[in-house]
Design a protein around this ligand. Structure first.
Ligand SMILES: Nc1nc2ncn(CCNC(CO)CO)c2c(=O)[nH]1
Length: 289
């Protein structure tokens, strides 16, 4: 995989997309495992298979459709990724985060990321929703970071700050909406940790993360959020808890992807409503388009 993507390559994808649709999205949504049905609710849809979009990688994971869907949600122009790219699929981190910079160049100002995750926090049960307050990017701590290599000043600074990368205003608004929807009991804020995958974590790794204050663990999201923060997008993230992470050697439970998708089907309606209402209520800079 190439170790750099030129600005022109992003621009080529943007030019192609803007020639194919009149939509000029202000909000981008990345749908996690089993949460792609959110894209089906967009009005006036125009959608493309990733394989038809120049420069886009291919989705290879069950539960990740592989379509980019443009449309309107509550009158706001949105673009939705039905299926995201993961490091464990073998994509370079530049490729897994390629869409984020394309969204930026299209004029998107807010990124909403959703994912399926396992919970380490006692209060988080399968079917609950964790609003991401902050993340721990384990691969990044070891140098696996999408911003490695020469910095493209057109996107952002060489050393971007990450404190507060999960917008506090959107987190408060989401909690308020959850109360009004009567699902606040399912929700709490927490720290999300990214592991590389594709294997699920060992019990010793689960115990380590629990000690480090991790509330939910997954295999995505941190790279997209880092690239989004670097280029100045406002970010909101949520994790749908699909199972309890096994933390003890006595516990015979073991996690599998089918179980992850099952909870996704159960809760996708709630996640959809929450995200839709969040988009409805968030203030968007009244740019010209
Ligand atoms: N224990 C545990 N439970 C989880 N549920 C979802 N994910 C996120 C990973 N999702 C993969 C496999 O389902 C697909 O991207 C995880 C995880 O990483 N660990």
């Amino acid at each position: 995989s190439k170790d750099q993507i030129s600005h022109d390559e992003y621009q080529k994808t943007v030019d192609w997309l803007m020639s194919q649709t009149k939509h000029r999205p202000q909000v981008a949504i990345i749908c996690g495992s089993g949460l792609g049905t959110l894209a089906d609710t967009l009005k006036c849809q125009v959608s493309f298979a990733y394989s038809d979009i120049p420069g886009f990688p291919q989705s290879t994971v069950q539960g990740h459709a592989g379509r980019l869907v443009f449309g309107e949600l509550k009158g706001k122009s949105c673009v939705c990724m039905q299926g995201r790219f993961h490091m464990y699929e073998g994509h370079s981190l530049l490729k897994t985060t390629f869409p984020v910079r394309v969204f930026k160049l299209m004029g998107v100002e807010t990124l909403i990321v959703t994912n399926a995750a396992g919970s380490l926090a006692d209060g988080l049960q399968p079917g609950d929703i964790m609003i991401i307050k902050d993340h721990i990017n384990f691969p990044g701590l070891a140098g696996l970071n999408p911003l490695c290599g020469p910095n493209d000043e057109k996107f952002g600074p060489r050393f971007p700050a990450m404190s507060g990368c999960y917008d506090k205003g959107l987190r408060c608004l989401a909690m308020e909406i959850a109360k009004q929807m009567g699902v606040a009991g399912l929700m709490q804020e927490g720290v999300y940790a990214m592991v590389g995958g594709p294997n699920f974590e060992t019990i010793a790794e689960a115990k380590l993360m629990h000690r480090l204050g991790v509330d939910a663990v997954g295999m995505s999201t941190a790279p997209e959020v880092i690239v989004a923060t670097h280029c100045g997008l406002r970010v909101f993230g949520l994790s749908l808890i699909t199972n309890k992470v096994v933390k003890s050697y006595e516990d015979s439970d073991s996690v599998n992807h089918d179980g992850v998708l099952e909870i996704g089907r159960l809760r996708s309606q709630t996640v959809q409503q929450l995200v839709t209402e969040l988009i409805n209520r968030m203030e968007i800079n009244n740019n010209e388009n």
